[in-house]
Design a protein around this ligand. Structure first.
Ligand SMILES: Nc1nc2c(ncn2[C@@H]2O[C@H](COP(=O)(O)OP(=O)(O)OP(=O)(O)O)[C@@H](O)[C@H]2O)c(=O)[nH]1
Length: 237
C-alpha cells in the first residue's frame, strides 16, 4: 500500500503523536516523607518532583506520592516519594505507609521549635515500622526564613542527627535551595546500600533486588499504574 492509499502521508499524519519509547527503569526507590503538619512536606515533594511551589497548599489527607526519574551511576532510578498527613486525624496508615521504604525524610520547620522537638517521635515510629536498612535524613525546611525567624539552631539539629546516625540538611522548598541536593544525597546513599554494597541481582523487569538471601521488592514501573494510590500529577494546591 502506498502512502496515498493508506492515508498516512507525512502531511496527513502531522498531528498524529508518535509513540514514545517507554523508559526502562532499572530501580524504583520508595522514600517516605514524615514530620509534623505544616512543616512543608508536600511542598518539598512538589519542588523535587515538578520544581513547583504552592503558596496556599492544603493539609494532606491520607497518602499521596509523586515520582521523578533520575540517573544514578548510569542507571535509571524512579524515585517514588510518598507523602502523608502530619495531622494524626488525617493519617490513614502506619505500617502500610512505611512498607518497602528504602529511605525516609524526617522534616521539621526551622521556625517552629515544637516541630523539631517532635522529630525524635517520628524517628521512633519510622524505626518501628520501616526496614532496618532504610536510609534516614533529617531535614530542616523553610531555611529561607532563617534570618529573624529561626527557632532551631543548626547545631542542635546537627547534634541530634549525629547521635541518631541520620543524614542532615537544611533546605527551602520555597526557594528550592538545597532540595535537589538533599534528595540526591539520600537516593545515592540508598543506591550504595541497596545496589552497590550488597550483592544485587536485577531481574528482567529491573525491579527485584536480592539481599543476603532476603528479598526487597523494589516496585516496578508497571506496578505504579495498578496501585490503589494514584500518583499526584503535579502541585496539590
Ligand atoms: N517560607 C516557606 N514556607 C514554606 C516552605 N515550605 C512550605 N511552606 C509553607 O508551609 C505551609 C505548609 O506546607 P505543606 O507542604 O502543606 O506542609 P505539610 O507538612 O505537607 O503539611 P500536612 O499536609 O498538614 O502534614 C504552606 O503554607 C507552605 O506554603 C518553605 O520552604 N518556606
Amino acid at each position: 500500500m502506498n502512502e496515498e492509499m493508506s492515508g498516512e502521508s507525512p502531511e496527513n499524519n502531522k498531528h498524529v503523536k508518535k509513540p514514545t519509547m517507554p523508559e526502562k527503569i532499572d530501580y524504583v526507590f520508595k522514600v517516605v516523607v514524615i514530620g509534623d503538619s505544616a512543616v512543608g512536606k508536600t511542598q518539598l515533594l512538589s519542588r523535587f518532583t515538578h520544581n513547583e511551589f504552592c503558596y496556599d497548599s492544603k493539609s494532606t489527607i491520607g497518602v499521596e506520592f509523586q515520582t521523578r526519574t533520575i540517573t544514578l551511576r548510569g542507571k535509571l532510578v524512579k524515585a517514588q516519594i510518598w507523602d502523608t498527613a502530619g495531622q494524626e486525624r488525617y493519617r490513614a496508615v502506619t505500617s502500610a505507609y512505611y512498607r518497602g521504604a528504602l529511605g525516609a525524610m524526617v522534616v521539621y520547620d526551622i521556625t517552629k521549635r515544637l516541630s523539631f522537638d517532635h522529630v525524635a517521635r517520628w524517628v521512633e515510629e519510622l524505626r518501628a515500622h520501616a526496614d532496618d536498612s532504610a536510609v534516614i535524613m533529617l531535614v530542616g525546611n523553610k531555611a529561607d526564613l532563617s534570618v529573624g525567624k529561626r527557632a532551631v539552631p543548626t547545631e542542635d539539629a546537627v547534634e541530634f542527627a549525629e547521635t541518631q546516625r541520620l543524614f542532615f540538611s537544611e533546605v527551602s522548598a520555597l526557594s528550592g535551595g538545597n532540595v535537589d541536593e538533599a534528595f540526591f544525597r539520600l537516593l545515592e546513599e540508598i543506591f550504595s546500600r541497596v545496589v552497590v554494597s550488597r550483592k544485587a541481582m536485577e531481574s528482567d523487569g529491573g525491579a527485584t533486588v536480592k539481599l543476603d538471601g532476603s528479598r526487597i521488592d523494589v516496585i516496578s514501573g508497571s506496578d505504579l499504574e495498578t496501585s490503589n494510590i494514584k500518583e499526584q500529577a503535579s502541585c496539590s494546591c
